[in-house]
Write a protein that binds this ligand. Structure first.
Ligand code: ZN
Length: 322
């Protein structure tokens, strides 16, 4: 077709129709008008690995919250209440949870001390979960809200089908819903290197790691978009897993901008999980992992889209210099 021979408005209408046909896969529940959406979740809250310095704990949590508020983006923060249990700092640390709630955010249970269900007995894991909801539950209830979400530490959902099912039943009795994930670009690997560089005073390389991390946001979403199409035949509402760390506290607004540029709008976990892709029963499917990987295994499908890798120059950085 010669572009010059077709009236412009017809051409645009034709292009739009073609793109709609491409975007709408066989049997898709998602219409092109709905477009891409993502629910942001932050794990290991309020702040991972800051069990000493209250001011630093408050600073990092505050920055994460301010970034989301400024971008007007919903999020669910998964808490390990062990982090609140620091002598002389308990009130100051619990206050951070109240601040999240009062800013309109949701909190979920990520157990008290972050054990793996694949490595400790079920009863011990269940005790840890219950211990992990004490402060959060009362703060939520004071505000007329309910504790709904649970996330598996390490995404480990049990060593075998029997333990998995027993735990799923336990969650149901306690009215929890499992928050699955679909986008995971291993932010913690970048965050660890970034923090070591900052502490070593190597701000120049730290800045480069930060930029590489922002590029990884795109790689991570690319992977999830392709993998969702492979497993479900369309792009489901994604659920992003990142962590409450220093690196995200300084990059979250830019990360959100990357997502916006990919066409994402931001939704709550509640809204994302209305998609039929999340209604498949949560059967045991091996070593945990993302909902895309778990679903692929359960459905006997293969994900061929390659996982994003950490740039080699970062993994090659000398350990001491990091
Ligand atoms: Zn975690």
């Amino acid at each position: 077709m010669r572009i010059g021979s077709v009236p412009r408005h017809l051409l645009i209408a034709g292009l739009a129709a073609t793109m709609a046909a491409i975007a709408l896969p066989r049997g898709a529940a998602q219409t092109p008008e709905r477009g891409r959406s993502v629910a942001i979740t932050l794990d290991d809250g309020p702040v991972v690995n800051e069990l000493k310095d209250l001011a630093n704990f408050q600073r990092i949590a505050g920055r994460l919250r301010e970034a989301l508020v400024a971008e007007k983006v919903p999020a669910t923060i998964f808490i390990n209440e062990r982090q609140l249990n620091v002598q002389g700092q308990r009130d100051g640390r619990a206050e951070v949870l109240a601040q999240w709630l009062d800013a309109g955010y949701d909190l979920g249970n990520h157990t008290y001390s972050h054990p793996s269900l694949n490595k400790i007995p079920l009863w011990q894991f269940e005790d840890d979960l219950i211990r992990g909801e004490v402060v959060m539950r009362s703060l939520l209830e004071e505000r007329g809200r309910k504790l709904v979400w649970f996330r598996y530490p390490f995404l480990d959902s049990g060593p075998d089908a029997q333990v998995h099912q027993a735990f799923v039943d336990f969650l149901e009795q306690r009215h929890y819903r499992v928050a699955h994930i679909t986008v995971d670009y291993k932010d913690y690997s970048f965050a660890g290197v970034y923090l070591r560089l900052l502490r070593a005073g190597n701000t120049e390389v730290a800045e480069k790691v930060k930029q590489a991390y922002l590029d990884q946001v795109d790689r991570g979403f690319e992977h999830a978009e392709k993998a969702s199409a492979e497993v479900f035949g369309y792009e489901l509402p994604q659920i992003l897993l990142i962590h409450c760390n220093e690196l995200n506290s300084v990059t979250l607004r830019e990360s959100i901008d990357r997502m916006r540029q990919r066409g994402y709008r931001f939704v709550t976990l509640e809204e994302a999980t209305k998609d039929p892709a999340y209604l498949r029963p949560d059967t045991f499917a091996g070593d945990g992992g993302s909902w895309l990987e778990r679903s692929a295994r359960a459905m006997g499908k293969q994900i061929t889209a390659p996982q994003p890798r950490m740039p080699k120059w970062i993994t090659d950085l000398p350990r001491a210099g990091r």
